[in-house]
Design a protein around this ligand. Sequence first.
Ligand code: SAH
Length: 252
Amino acid sequence: MRSIAIVSAMHEELRALLPLLEDVRVQERAGRRFHVAKLHGRPVVLVLSGIGKVAAATTAAVLLDGFDVEALVLTGVAGGLHDGVQVGDVVVARELLQHDMDASPIFPRYEVPLTGRARFAVDAALADALATAAARCLAAAHADGRALRDFGIGTPRLHRGLVVSGDRFVSSAAESAALRAALPDALAVEMEGAAIAQVCHDFGRPFAVLRTISDRADDSAHVDFGRFIEDVASVCTRAIVAAWLAPANPAS
Ligand code: SAH
């Protein structure tokens, strides 16, 4: 049986997923630790992407070339760009774009040279299954109330649409305003998704991207990023992944 790959951008998230695994074997390649295991009886491979587009692309290429992967899911946190996308919300991407790709005037802005495209679409069925699991987890309180209150999170919501990636942690109001103006339909910004999308596209392998919003990509980005990842985002990702791969879930 082929494996589902779950790629986490940050240590805290991978650490939160590891207790769900059985029969774990670790294989090291290109400085990455690939956890080959079972999750709810399904074969899985878990690995850290590393931060940024090159780290993520290398991880995805080694993973897809060296393991028998049926589909890849990237998890992590992201900055909210669109008005309604607030800290604690979850975004399931429909499309990914590299916001720092610009080979104009030779190619249109954002287009990945020689691919003829700027936007890479996720696998719709995989994204639907994740969104169903995410909606279920958000409806039940996905983190303890204290953590949500500390971070000023009311009722977290699920969004679906464009996620943009680039090699910058976007943390000023001016930069996020510029991104909003240039890409009005972008819901969130992060640093790996579009790189993984391009590699999966090259390998012809289905993929999806799931992100918990950790900040608003502006000067008000909350101070305790690490604690948010640990207390909210990791708990949320673990609940969604567990619900998605649960044996009773026909959509998985
Ligand atoms: N201070 C953090 C830095 C993490 S880099 C640390 O010490 O580890 C940010 C990570 O979160 C990347 O994986 C990126 O994909 C995501 N991310 C969250 N908010 C972001 C934002 N506003 N801009 C870009 N990436 C963001």
